[in-house]
Design a protein around this ligand. Structure first.
Ligand code: SF4
Ligand code: SF4
Length: 255
């Protein structure tokens, strides 16, 4: 990688909230552009170049055109980073993956549903191309973005926290959402967010994806302690993990 690598941002299907987080770095953006050369970033500049080394991809893959476009980006880039949960594991777009696609499009687009040319499933970018690094979250955490960029420039392979949100929640001394009779995905969700949602008075929705080795026994014990069984959290899983959940089940079956 060059001393000041050329960086490009691309959006697929998503709300662009992750790119907004990068824009919201504000003064720190000036530090960033001292160490990288941004050659394409639709949210922040009108110039575009296909000459880049690091590609940050936001959003899920939902059309055949997305697949072609993504493959082209992969060819151009030395390093591909999935930016945000939609790109990393399908995210909120994959909420439709377990539903009848025709019904979904009719519900959203009414009489215009026939005009929609999309795949029935929303998928993460790793289902199409090799991904070198991931920054999960909905939206991403700005500090984590800076850490990953810094690591890439130094040639250090970025790693993600692999402890559940509960660890950070306890450090923050938050009241546990289960005590308010809410169902929380914190025991099996990847930490790194500072348990912000619980701190704000709600619960963890799972936006950073599952930890690598979720302790489902421990989670089941927590659910049982609060009079809930695993079936009752399936809808919660579905909000962000519509892709990740069946993927894991398939992998487990193959083992
Ligand atoms: S991960 Fe969240 S913030 Fe990012 S594009 Fe998807 S919905 Fe938007
Ligand atoms: S279950 Fe949720 S609210 Fe309770 S400690 Fe874990 S992350 Fe916090």
């Amino acid at each position: 990688m060059t001393e000041r690598p050329r960086v490009a941002f691309f959006d697929f299907t998503g709300c662009e909230g992750d790119q907004l987080q990068v824009v919201n770095l504000e003064e720190r953006l000036f530090d960033l552009v001292e160490v990288v050369e941004v050659v394409s970033f639709r949210e922040a500049m009108s110039e575009h170049s296909d000459d880049y080394e690091i590609a940050f991809i936001e959003g899920s893959v939902v059309t055949a055109h997305d697949e072609e476009r993504l493959a082209g980006i992969r060819e151009n880039a030395d390093v591909v980073v999935a930016l945000g949960s939609c790109a990393a594991f399908g995210g909120i777009n994959a909420i439709r993956n377990d539903q009848d696609f025709e019904t979904v499009t009719e519900r959203v687009y009414g009489d215009d549903a026939d005009m929609i040319e999309a795949n029935p499933e929303a998928r993460p970018i790793e289902s199409v191309v090799e991904v070198d690094a991931t920054i999960p979250g909905c939206p991403i955490d700005r500090e984590e973005f800076v850490q990953v960029v810094t690591g890439l420039i130094r040639g250090v392979e970025p790693t993600l926290p692999n402890h559940p949100v509960c660890v950070e929640c306890k450090l923050e001394e938050n009241e546990c959402a289960f005590h308010r009779d809410e169902i929380c995905l914190g025991p099996v969700t990847r930490g790194g967010c500072g348990a912000d949602c619980v701190g704000e008075g709600t619960h963890c929705w799972g936006c950073r994806g599952m930890v690598d080795t979720p302790s489902e026994d421990a989670y089941t014990a927590v659910l049982e302690e609060h009079g809930l069984d695993a079936e009752e959290i399936v809808e919660q899983y579905q909000l962000y993990w519509g892709w990740q959940r069946p993927e894991r089940a398939t992998q487990e079956e193959a083992q």
